[in-house]
Design a protein around this ligand. Sequence first.
Ligand code: HEM
Length: 202
Amino acid sequence: MSKQELQHRAYKASGVSYEESLRVTQLVPCLYKRLGYELGCEKLSQLFYDAVFEDTENVWFLNIFVSSTKREAVENQYRFFVQIFGGPDLYKQKKGKYTRLVGRHAAYPIGHTAADHWVKHMEDAMNEHPNLNKLHKSNNDDNDNNNKNDNNNRMNENNIIETKEAMRLYFRYTAHYIVVAKEYMRDDQLSGGTGVDEGRVW
Ligand code: HEM
């Protein structure tokens, strides 16, 4: 299966094209700055995993994470976000040269229902994030000394809408891309996985 065919399948499943998903990497200033640097990216992952680990109403989903600790999961995810949203290569420093996002998910029982549920939690986390919510004081207010010349990272309402839309497209597309692409991974590209509900893919 070619990359283009996988991208087309992900588009069919998510309703988002590959090109639309890239918008998140084209924002100026970059998303890393808009979220509030390392701390802002970590905040997003913390909000996301707080909700995931409290999602006892959806045990089928929670079970996908049974082999992870919340702290480790936050750490892995926020380093990845810092790196791909325009910051330093924190993920590479911990995990090596290749991100292998699909391979790292391949052994987990993740189908399109889980992808939709993941996206729902991420959208909730975005809605609670201080820098993506006009009701909150910006995270960057704590960083004034570091960013004296960088007023761009204070977002007005239009920027918040633009940022959230780009993030939604990226997350939606990527979650479904992971699901369609992991079917085509070779055994030696797999890692991770849980033993719960073995054989059942959500
Ligand atoms: C499709 C729904 C998804 C599910 C059910 C899911 C589930 C998981 C699980 C169970 C882990 C292991 C937690 C750990 O690090 O200990 C994980 C890791 C991770 N996930 Fe996801 N994930 C999904 C989608 C995504 C998406 C869309 C992204 C990024 C945009 C993402 C980024 C990551 C990263 C960076 C890691 C760390 C991998 C590592 O370094 O080992 N995930 N995910």
